[in-house]
Ligand binder design. Structure first.
Ligand code: F6R
Length: 668
């Protein structure tokens, strides 16, 4: 996930772009860059780190006094450093990066350009076929400067543009010897009026987009088109703000609404060509699209959270998209196989491992516990899960057939890092599931898979958990298919996994219902969370969410374990949350639920849609769609996240920053 901003207007572009980047910084902050049209050329400055590093490099700073940022002459009060010391520019693009391909570095920072330095692009998304395209372009002599997938777009457009320009420069006779028309050009050059230099850039972009696979939000400028900015969207968000004298394109409206509240949201497959006096939106076949201009009624504070009152709620609602981002490009449905680029270098070693130790902390460890069930049941690999904070203090039995799999959203958790180092000392192969690219854990492990879910801002982890479980399922298929797993089983898991995002949407539609249940139980002092097999970890995760957000004591225990002591606590003021989908342990869970009810306890059940039996026993039921048993923790966790969120919000607590906690725990 990255943030992009583009500006074309009558005012100076730089302040709008920098302000936009600051507002989009939540989308990533490992490097940033800005490219401006200045003195018949495009000048670009990039810096590693947060936006303030870029500002310092440019010499840009905010004047706190109410003075105008620019003097009447359009110069900065204090001159920025070269190359931006040349006075105002009215056209530019900027980007704040959240690395996916290539480490955080200046070379990999956006905007990226082609060989000639004429085309400049800022991109959010992942171009899945960038390697193949890059190889072809390199064969043709294109020189790449970065390791990113994005740069290929600039070179591809350059290649197409130059070819078409050549054709325009040396026009063929319109009629062949026979006096017949030559063969008509293929689309998009068939549309008349575009068959000139003016339409060439857009047409080249369209041709290039047709060759891309993956997701993109793109803004593009070209040195020879000082009055034009083009944007294209497929899978990554883009909005266009329409001011009286300016147009601003951005990944989200937080970068726009301080300038204008008139916005057009681009949809997938749409391209916007913005000239000084015109805005044209069309599809990939160059067919014009009429779009509605929407009036935004948020203020800027809300916009950063996309209208959600808290980042946590926004991140819960992002899960259909974030899970898809974790799966996208990694599954081969018909072959029942998974490809994990990060595991390629160790794939042979992975065939030989006969034991996996998963290590992590908190929520990430709960994802690991789900993984333990998956790996043992479907890949046939003995697996155990260890608190990272405990791992070093045992004498873990490790040999070269053991792999240690660390799971961490931040990639900076000190205990997890220490466990990895300990395992490396003992010659274990170290693997990881990490969200933050370039983080310490990502650098330390031998091989790994990134979550690709963008920054998780709320301290309580939500979208990271569901993505971690989804990636555990991918790893299970990957390792399983190296062993005994059949094509049919691999295919089945992948098929069900691909349906998960839509099923989460269904659960999110029950938000109001869950809020009402939260209202009913918010004054309890204690809670049990109970589940079996795959949903034993779900119970632990639900309890953790409730206690960290609402400060209500909540205990997650296996449903079967309850009768060995804990049931003594049950009375009318001690409710239990039962995770009870229709799975292989359903009947046993039902019995445990009855045991609680017969002792006067109140029960909320998470059950499979259409299950009337649970409704008869439990006081309240939250339904989730049916899925494969191993994937139920992903679905069952979503209502538990919402429940904890609502209890906390209803109590008036700071949902995003619960007391005593921090987002990444870098101390042991
Ligand atoms: C709970 C939570 C924590 C983290 C844990 C590990 O909501 O967020 O339990 O899961 O601190 O953090 P990472 O995944 O960054 O290693």
């Amino acid at each position: 996930m990255c943030g992009i901003v583009g500006y074309l207007g009558k005012n100076s572009a730089l302040p709008v772009l920098i302000d936009g980047l600051r507002r989009l910084e939540y989308r990533g902050y490992d490097s940033a860059g800005v490219a401006l049209y200045l003195e018949n050329d495009i000048q670009c400055v990039k810096a590693v780190g947060k936006i303030k590093e870029l500002e310092e490099k440019i010499g840009y700073y905010e004047i706190k006094s109410p003075q105008p940022l620019f003097t009447k002459e359009g110069n900065y009060k204090k001159s920025p450093q070269p190359p931006f010391n040349k006075g105002g520019s009215c056209l530019g693009i900027a980007h704040t990066r959240w690395a996916t391909h290539g480490e955080p570095s200046e070379d990999n920072a956006h905007p990226h350009s082609d060989c000639s330095g004429k085309i400049w692009i800022a991109h959010n998304g992942i171009i899945e076929n960038h390697k193949a395209l890059k190889e072809k372009l390199e064969e043709k002599g294109h020189k790449f400067k970065s390791q990113t997938d994005t740069e290929v777009i600039a070179h591809l457009i350059e290649d197409i543009y130059n070819n078409e320009l050549e054709k325009l420069k040396s026009p063929q006779p319109l009629f062949n010897k026979e006096g017949n028309n030559r063969k008509s050009p293929q689309p998009p050059f068939t549309k008349g009026g575009n068959n000139n230099r003016e339409g060439l850039l857009t047409d080249s972009l369209i041709k290039a987009l047709k060759m891309l696979k993956g997701a993109y939000g793109i803004v593009l400028i070209h040195k020879d088109y000082p009055d034009k900015i083009i944007a294209a969207k497929m899978g990554s968000p883009l909005a266009i703000g329409l001011g009286d004298t300016e147009t601003i394109i951005a990944s989200d409206i937080s970068a726009i609404i301080t300038h204008t509240k008139q916005v057009i949201y681009l949809d997938d497959g749409e391209i916007a060509e913005i000239d000084k006096n015109d805005l044209r939106i069309f599809n990939i076949d160059n067919v014009k699209i009429e779009k509605e201009i929407e009036e935004v009624n948020w203020d800027i504070g809300e916009a950063e959270k996309k209208g959600f009152p808290y980042f946590m709620l926004k991140e819960i609602f992002e899960q259909p998209e974030s899970i898809m981002n974790s799966i996208r490009g990694r599954v081969m449905e018909r072959e029942g196989k998974v490809k994990l680029g990060g595991f390629d270098s160790v794939s042979k070693k992975l065939r030989d491992i006969n034991r996996i130790i998963i290590t992590a902390c908190g929520t990430a460890m709960h994802a690991g516990l789900v993984g333990e069930y998956m790996l043992e049941e479907y890949a046939g690999i003995p697996t155990e899960v260890e608190y990272a904070s405990e791992f070093r203090y045992r004498q873990p039995i490790i040999n070269k057939e053991t792999a240690l799999l660390a799971i961490s959203q931040s990639g900076e958790t000190a205990d997890t890092l220490a466990a990895i180092r300990e395992a490396k000392e003992k010659n274990a192969l170290t693997l990881g599931i990490v969200n933050v690219v370039g983080s310490s854990i990502a650098r330390e492990i031998d091989a790994g898979a990134y979550n690709h879910i963008g920054p998780e801002i709320s301290v309580a982890s939500t979208k990271a958990f569901t993505s971690q479980v989804a990636i555990m399922a991918l790893i299970t298929v990957y390792l399983g298919r190296q062993r005994q797993m059949s094509l049919v089983v691999g295919e089945r898991i992948i098929k069900e996994l691909l349906l998960i995002p839509e099923k989460i949407k269904n659960i999110l539609g029950r938000n109001d219902e869950i809020k009402k249940i939260a209202q009913k139980y918010m004054n309890a002092d204690n809670f049990f969370y109970l589940g079996r097999k795959y949903n034993n970890p779900t119970a632990l995760e639900g309890a953790l969410k409730l206690k960290e957000l609402s400060y209500i004591h909540a205990e997650g225990i296996p449903s079967g374990e309850m009768k060995h002591g804990s049931i003594a606590l049950i009375d009318g003021n001690f409710p239990s949350m039962f995770i009870c989908p229709k799975d292989s342990v359903y009947e046993k869970n039902i019995s445990n639920m009855e045991e609680i009810k017969s002792r006067g306890g109140r029960v909320i059940a998470i059950a499979t849609e259409g299950d009337e039996r649970v409704k008869e026993i439990a006081d309240d039921v939250i339904y989730i769609p049916k899925t494969l048993e191993m994937l139920t923790p992903i679905l069952a966790t979503v209502p538990l996240q919402l429940f904890a969120y609502h209890v906390s919000a209803l109590k008036g607590l700071d949902v995003d920053k619960p007391r005593n906690l921090a987002k990444s725990v870098t101390v042991e």
